[in-house]
Design a protein around this ligand. Structure first.
Ligand SMILES: *Cc1c(COP(=O)(O)O)cnc(C)c1O
Length: 421
């Protein structure tokens, strides 16, 4: 099936007289005929449902849909994108382990990796995503367990050379995790370029309407967890009556372990209602992504030709340093997020933003409505000056998330705000 069809039909195919739309199964728990049936489900939790802290039919239908969209073998939804990034790594790493992450990733992920992981005893070495493979290799240590990057970094909008990062990971027998939030599988499928695990904040384009916070982890099913580096996959899990994940679940070892071990213990699973909203967003995702790309292209060209603008960063612009990489990984467009630096620095940026009438000031991005954010004083305020530079953020920088309004109305709003500064 093509992606437009998958977005409508994957994950749920009702039978005779069943509801046309995925039903919201608003139930904490499930019933069994006998104690033996309950025992059996604890023996193999993938065979039936136990408890909505980690499995729910509404959520699972959406998981199956997203796995299909990304070309993975399984997926697990989480209560936020942060929870997805957290679980994607903790499913592999424990205290004493190390990971490598591109320095151009979402600010919340930098904080999670640099501060909270450090407290948990997991080290994160940040690398320049544009460095050569030889340079990147220097960050690999015997205890390195994963490589992490973001397809289009929020908000730096650097485009990751996924295949280079996959080579780094695989030549060291470790998996590559890609945060694919901005492109969504409509514009880029990281698994086709070597990613082993894909994570998303579904709060962004996937939902698109800003009605739920959520995340998802997709397992490509391609990584060999039996290569000797990952004993938690190949030795009995005492917390699950001695199950050996690679033996019991084969290619699905990672995603089953994530659910049965981490989600059981952390409980950061979304509500059925949230998954229902997410599914509505997914149904129109290909249509919306096409229009975001079209609008953003026009807006980015307008900004590039505006003499009050110092620079425009949109990987879909020919002048962009990531244009070639963007063409390779996202030939159909680079989503709707643009960043630009206004002449006059921080204060002018703030004045411009406060003058906008249609575009709203929000700590959100990838909404159906146009919105703006000043990263230096909002999402990235916790970063040091050094980390800000590494993440590609400037005081006069504005992140503009182009929505699906008529593009002429978006341009009019920008014009009147420029006149006001
Ligand atoms: C927003 C975002 C996250 C975090 O997701 P939440 O749903 O807000 O927790 C992670 N990665 C990227 C690229 C994001 O844009």
């Amino acid at each position: 099936m093509n992606i437009e069809t998958q977005c409508l039909h994957a994950g749920y195919s009702p039978k005779n007289t069943e509801p046309r739309v995925i039903p919201i199964v608003q139930s904490t728990t499930y019933v069994y005929d006998s104690t033996d049936d309950v025992a059996a489900v604890f023996d193999d939790p993938t065979k039936s449902l136990i408890y909505s802290r980690f499995e729910n039919p509404t959520v699972m239908a959406v998981e199956e849909k997203i796995a299909a969209l990304e070309g993975g073998i399984g997926a697990m939804c989480t209560s936020s994108g942060q929870a997805a990034s957290l679980c994607s790594v903790l499913n592999i790493c424990k205290a004493g382990d190390s990971i490598i992450a591109s320095s151009a990733i979402y600010g919340g992920t930098i904080n999670l990796f640099a501060v909270t992981f450090q407290r948990l005893g997991i080290e994160c070495i940040f690398v320049d995503p544009d460095a050569s493979l030889e340079e990147l290799q220097k960050a690999v240590k015997p205890n390195t367990k994963a490589v992490f990057g973001e397809t289009i970094a929020n908000p730096a909008l650097t485009v990751l050379d996924i295949e280079k990062f996959a080579e780094l990971a695989h030549s060291n027998n470790i998996p590559l995790i890609i945060d694919n939030t901005f492109p969504t599988p409509v514009l880029c499928k990281p698994i086709q370029h070597g990613a082993d695990i894909v994570v998303h904040s579904t709060s962004k384009y996937m939902d698109g309407h800003a009605v739920q916070v959520g995340g998802v982890i997709v397992d490509a099913g391609t990584f060999d967890w039996t290569n000797g580096k990952f004993p938690e996959f190949t030795e009995p899990d005492e917390s699950y009556h001695g199950i050996i994940y690679t033996q019991a679940y084969g290619k699905a070892a990672y995603i089953v372990k994530a659910r049965m071990q981490l989600m059981r213990d952390f409980g950061c699973y979304p509500a059925a209602q949230s998954a229902f909203y997410l599914n509505l967003g997914l149904e129109t995702l290909p249509l919306r992504m096409k229009q975001y790309c079209e609008n953003a292209k026009i807006v980015s060209e307008y900004l590039e030709n505006n003499d009050k603008v110092e620079s425009v960063n949109y990987p879909g612009l020919k002048s962009n340093r990531y244009y070639e990489l963007a063409q390779k990984y996202m030939p159909d467009g680079c989503s709707g997020v643009i960043s630009f630096v206004i002449k006059g620095g921080r204060n002018t940026a703030v004045k411009f933003m406060d003058s906008l009438k249609l575009a709203s000031n929000e700590v959100h991005v990838a909404d159906i409505r146009t919105c703006v954010l000043h990263p230096a004083s909002a999402t990235h305020r916790q970063l040091t000056d050094e980390q800000l530079v590494a993440a590609g953020i400037n005081g006069g920088m504005i992140r503009l998330s182009v929505g699906l309004e008529n593009v002429n109305d978006i341009l009019d709003d920008l014009r009147q705000a420029f006149e006001n500064i």
